[in-house]
Design a protein around this ligand. Sequence first.
Ligand code: CUA
Length: 365
Amino acid sequence: MAQQARSTRGLGPGFWPVTILLAVITAVCDYYVVVTPVTTFLREAASPADQTDELFKFLTFFGVIVMVYTVGYLVYFGIVWRKKKSDPEDALGIQVHGNFQLELWWTVLPTILVIAIGWISVKDWAGIFYAQGGQLAVEAIGYQFGWEFRYQGLQNPVPDELHLPLGVPTTIHISSRDVIHGFWTPEVRLKQDAVPGLVTTIHITPTEVGTYRIVCSEYCGARHGYMVGKLIIEPKETFTAFLDKQKYLQAHAPKGPSGLPPGVNLANGTASAGQALFAQKCSACHSLGAFSQKLVGPGLGKIFADPDHPKLVDGAAATPEDAAGIINSGFTGDMGTMPNAKTNGLSNDDIANLVVYLEGVSKGQ
Ligand code: CUA
């Protein structure tokens, strides 16, 4: 073929020795890619880090070949076919088009490679997002500026530290209380956005005992850089002991505003009086819809039985005592500030009336 002869003429002096040299460089680099574990640079705390590292090696192996030959030939051709002093100003290089063999291979080989990379990626990805039957479920919730973690059987979240038992397949539900954060665990090779109003579920299995980093990987405000937590992987017994200790601490923690305030007797409350009070004192800021039907504060119509209530893991809704406590002492939180009973001009009986009314609404009465 005439076209082929023309492109061969374009190879230049020393092309084949240079090609062999590039092959040697590739072989040496890829030898080290194959024999060096990724854990030399970054520990593996949990599966799927092992699969991610395999994929990383696969990419690096072929990436080395592409890079060495591309850069190698670029430099080589740049030298041998550089414009000479004797060339006329408008000299053109040899125009190489329509080399069927060459075009066939530089289409077929990358296609096979990209399909292989896609196949492995989708397989690994599916393992993270679609794994079934995690034995343990925890929640990781980001906020400005920190992390809190909820465990089954614990009433309240635990700040800063995510404890996980070694070898137990774990489901992590990731969300945010305010803005978008990033749940990044370098040693698990996972980086997942924590988005308010959205729960993203990932699956991991801890494989090595140790303390690792949880870093916020999404710029979320002035103290984003300080938004660091700990991933602590420990033997099952230690994990059980941790949960037991948290249970004890939470049960014995001093009561916050959520206890029944002294002087309030819920048995004294009447729904009709509460209804009038709600219209007068509460309805400017609270709807009688679901929790998510926010005016200034959340909707209170289903407060005692709301599936959207923020306590996701244990499913426990607020109690009438909690509600009385919050009406009494006011509330400062993500949604703003609610004045206390004194500021609102509510007596103890008013509080009881409101709670009894809300209970009735919650039950659909
Ligand atoms: Cu949270 Cu950055």
